[in-house]
Every structure is written in structure tokens, then in C-alpha cells.
Write a protein that binds this ligand. Structure first.
Ligand code: ADQ
Length: 456
């Protein structure tokens, strides 16, 4: 059987009893265990000089290959280009995008080094599956080494509209790299359309309605494969956590009040300030909910070295402080803003204990929190998902209450409506959502991608 070779910036802990893992890790590990294979990525370590050879570890039929980065590589490839140029641009924030030639050079050099490390590991018949914006040029580097294996790529972020992509210097190279893969997977049709429009506007090629692409003299397949969650596992975990000490403590702290929950990485794409303003609107325009509900936002910091991330926390603290100052009572706190992280198990219990899941990114590739919130509900008494129409997940989760996150007043009013929804409607919506998540879980996602790669 041919092996699967997965390449991503970071590798999830494999077989070492590490922290419980999220959707992608579960899906990828399941595929690797079934077929045997290799997972290559950055170790997370920064070293003075990189060793001549990558480190190998073997767990049954899976080989994990770890590469270290130098400080300069981390600064240019990871912080500079991947997270300082591509992440903001792909999330429609050209105003936050920074670009420098040394960062681009560093990004290309690390991709070249990843390709070199792979070269010695690949065997005839292997299928290579590359993940995310850190590694877009990898196909070009592998082809330059005369590797003729099937190469697939999956983009976890949105792919922006043509007008936005045109703002990224060297955009043509990026798209040419993408077209070098055999299969380019996106989260939604919106993202496929972004690539299609760009190729048309710039006169580089076409993608037909079936996803067959032709550009820069190459043929490829570009399709939507919406990532999902390990639905069955989460359903069990949330039920198991119902009577856990953590959930009991949370319920005791709520003292019979209902909970609205938000869970995100602290990122400007997640719409956190407007979300807090929506909660302010809820308490302002719907006073019956004062003292009756609280909003808990869990948002541990990420990418703290980048200045674009430094002010978000402060801004959130200011808004929460102001709203708490305005509405709090001696026995009630309207907003709890928590910047530590919790295990996936604990989060599953917290989701189940929450009447509303408030997921309002300004734009998001998919947003797995939305799907996880739904899977963790008690089907007999489910909570309501309030979801941004700009999350990739909105395309599938039509049982949610859809909102425009920029209209925070409407979001606040929608939350008020959700808090008053009848049990019958909540059950009906939850059933619609669960039908989708049971049919299309993480296994279905990765099998669809693998089938597309096998078919080329
Ligand atoms: P993220 O931007 O990290 O992922 P998201 O999909 O919401 O966004 O979360 C990924 C995982 O991290 C989920 O399993 C979630 O539970 C977990 N997570 C998020 N916030 C957390 C927190 N505060 N504490 C603990 N765990 C937390 C990127 C893209 C998304 C896309 C995913 C997967 O930006 O659009 O859905 O990849 O493709």
C-alpha cells in the first residue's frame, strides 16, 4: 500500500500521551495509522545551528520527522512572511500586512529546506499532503528536485478575493506555486471562487465548475473540502464531562444564571471587540437579561511577538472592564474574560453548560469551535449557536442563527432572541446541525481529500 506523507508547519504530539488532540490531528493520525506514513514539520525548537539531519521517531507504522529552525528562519519564515504577510492578507487585513524581501527570502528558504529533508524520505507511490499557508511553495521545491509523486495541498485559512490578493507582493508566484500541486483543497466554495477570479482577472488560466484547473501550463484540481470534527468522540466526551469537577464548579459559579460562551485564539480575525460590543448591546437594549446571563470569553494569546497582536488583549480588557463597570452588581459579573487555555475535555464540558455559543469571526477559514459547540450539546436541551456569516462553517451550519459580526447591535438582538427560543425550536435546529456533523466528520473530510488525490 502506498504511504501517506503529511507535511505541516507543526506536528501534533504522536503516540506520546500528550494533550488530547483536535480535529486535524485526529484526522491525519487516523489516516497515517491506517496506511502507514510520515509526518514532517517544525519541532517548535529554535536552535543556533540546524543539525545536518532531521530527527526521526517511529511510532508503529508512523515516522515523525522533526526539523528545527534558526532564530533568523523563525523571524523571517514564521513570524515575518507566514504570519506577518500571508495571515493578515488572507484574512482581508491588508492594513495589517507587512512585507519585506528578507522575509520572503526566508520563507522560500525554509520551504526549500523542508523539500530537501523530504527528498531522502520519499518512496515510489507515496502521496504527499501539505498543510497551510506556511508551505505554499513546497510543491515547486519538490518538483525542482525532480519528485514526480502526487502532491496535495490544503489551505486552512480563507483564500481572499482577487482584489485583496493583488495587494500581496509577488502574488503571481504564490498562485503559481499553488497550481503546481495536483490537488488544491480549500475550506469552501468561496475560497475556490477567489482563486478562480484571480486566474481570470490576471489572465493566467481557468478553473471549471467541476474544479478542473489549468494555469501556467499546468493542470490541477481545486475544490472545497470543508474540514470537520471528530463528532462521535466529542459527543461522548461532552456527556462524560457533564458531572466533572470543572463543570460543577462552573455551574456553581453561575448560580443558576445562563452562560454565553466564546472560545478563540486571541486573533484580530475573530471579531472579539465587536463581540463584546454585541454583549453590551444585549444588556443595554434587553435589560431583562441583566443579572440573568453572563458572557465568558476564553481567548489565550497567540503570536505575541507580532505587534499586530499586542494591542488586542488590552483593547478587550478595556471594553470588558468598561461594561462590567457599567452593569455589574455585587453578585453578578456580566463579562468574564479569561486569557488562559483549557484542555479540550474541559472545553467540551463548558460548551455543554452554555446556553449560547457565540462565534462571530470577521472572517474565518472554517471555525471548528462552532462545530465543536454543536456536537457538545445535550440533544434533549441543546444550546443555540449564533454564527458569523463570514465563518466558513456558515456554509454548512444552516441550523445556526446567522449574523453579520460588523452589525454588533443586530448580534446583541439575535442573542436576546436565542435566549428566548423555545425548546422545540432549539431541538429542531440542533438536530439539523447534528445530521450534517454526523454525516460529514473529520474522517469523511480526509477521505474525500485522499480520494481526490488518488483520482488525479
Ligand atoms: P484556528 O484559527 O485556530 O484554526 P478554529 O477552527 O476555531 O480556529 O480552532 C482550531 C482548534 O483550536 C479547534 O479545535 C478549537 O477547539 C481549538 N481552540 C480554539 N480556541 C481555543 C482556546 N481558546 N482554547 C483551547 N482550544 C482552542 C485554523 C483556521 C480555521 C480552521 C482551522 C482548521 O483559522 O478557520 O477552522 O484552522 O482548519
Amino acid at each position: 500500500m502506498s504511504r501517506l506523507v503529511v507535511v505541516s508547519n507543526r506536528i501534533a504530539p504522536v503516540g506520546e500521551g500528550g494533550p488530547p488532540q483536535g480535529g486535524l490531528a485526529v484526522g491525519v493520525l487516523e489516516a497515517l495509522r491506517e496506511q502507514g506514513g510520515v509526518w514532517l514539520g517544525w519541532s517548535g525548537k529554535i536552535v543556533e545551528t540546524v543539525p545536518d539531519k532531521p530527527r526521526f521517531r517511529t511510532f508503529g507504522n508512523i515516522t515523525v520527522v522533526e526539523l528545527d529552525l534558526t532564530q533568523a528562519e523563525y523571524d523571517t519564515y514564521y513570524l515575518g512572511y507566514a504570519n506577518g504577510t500571508l495571515w493578515p492578507a488572507f484574512h482581508y487585513r491588508l492594513d495589517l500586512m507587512e512585507f519585506s524581501r528578507p522575509n520572503l527570502v526566508g520563507y522560500q528558504a525554509v520551504n526549500k529546506r523542508f523539500a530537501k529533508a523530504l527528498e531522502g524520505l520519499l518512496r515510489p507511490g507515496d502521496r504527499v499532503w501539505v498543510h497551510d499557508y506556511h508551505l505554499i511553495p513546497l510543491a515547486t521545491e519538490l518538483r525542482a528536485l525532480d519528485i514526480q509523486l502526487k502532491l496535495g495541498f490544503f489551505l486552512h485559512t480563507p483564500f481572499p478575493a482577487a482584489q485583496v490578493l493583488l495587494g500581496v507582493p509577488w502574488h503571481r508566484d504564490l498562485v503559481e506555486h499553488l497550481a503546481t500541486y495536483d490537488v488544491v483543497g480549500f475550506q469552501t466554495e468561496r475560497d475556490v471562487a477567489g482563486l478562480r477570479d484571480y486566474l481570470m482577472v490576471e489572465n493566467h488560466g481557468t478553473i471549471d465548475q467541476e474544479g478542473n484547473g489549468e494555469a501556467f501550463g499546468r493542470k490541477f484540481v481545486a475544490k472545497a473540502f470543508p474540514i470537520s470534527i471528530e463528532t462521535a468522540g466529542l459527543v461522548r466526551q461532552a456527556a462524560d464531562m457533564e458531572n466533572s469537577p470543572q463543570v460543577k464548579r462552573l455551574r456553581a459559579a453561575m448560580r443558576g444564571r445562563r452562560l454565553i460562551i466564546g472560545v478563540d485564539r486571541l486573533d484580530y480575525s475573530k471579531g472579539l471587540v465587536r463581540r463584546i460590543q454585541a454583549v453590551e448591546r444585549l444588556f443595554e437594549a434587553h435589560p431583562q437579561f441583566r443579572s440573568a446571563v453572563s458572557f465568558m470569553q476564553i481567548a489565550p494569546p497567540t503570536r505575541g511577538e507580532l505587534h499586530q497582536y499586542r494591542n488586542i488583549r488590552q483593547e478587550l480588557e478595556q471594553h470588558s472592564g468598561r461594561i462590567n463597570g457599567k452593569y455589574a452588581d455585587y453578585d453578578w459579573m456580566p463579562i468574564r474574560y479569561i486569557s488562559r487555555s483549557y484542555s479540550r475535555r474541559t472545553l467540551a464540558g463548558f460548551y455543554r453548560a452554555s446556553a449560547i455559543g457565540l462565534v462571530t469571526p470577521l472572517i474565518d477559514g472554517m471555525n471548528l469551535v462552532a462545530k465543536e459547540y454543536v456536537a457538545c450539546q445535550d440533544p434533549e436541551d441543546p444550546g443555540v449557536l449564533v454564527l458569523s456569516c463570514f465563518a466558513g462553517a456558515a456554509r454548512e451550519l444552516d441550523g445556526a442563527l446567522m449574523v453579520n459580526p460588523y452589525d454588533f447591535e443586530a448580534v446583541g438582538d439575535t442573542v436576546a432572541g436565542a435566549l428566548q427560543m423555545t425548546l422545540g425550536e432549539r431541538r429542531e435546529r440542533h438536530k439539523t446541525l447534528m445530521d450534517r456533523l454526523k454525516r460529514w466528520d473529520i474522517t469523511a473530510w480526509r477521505k474525500a481529500f485522499e480520494a481526490a488525490l488518488a483520482a488525479v
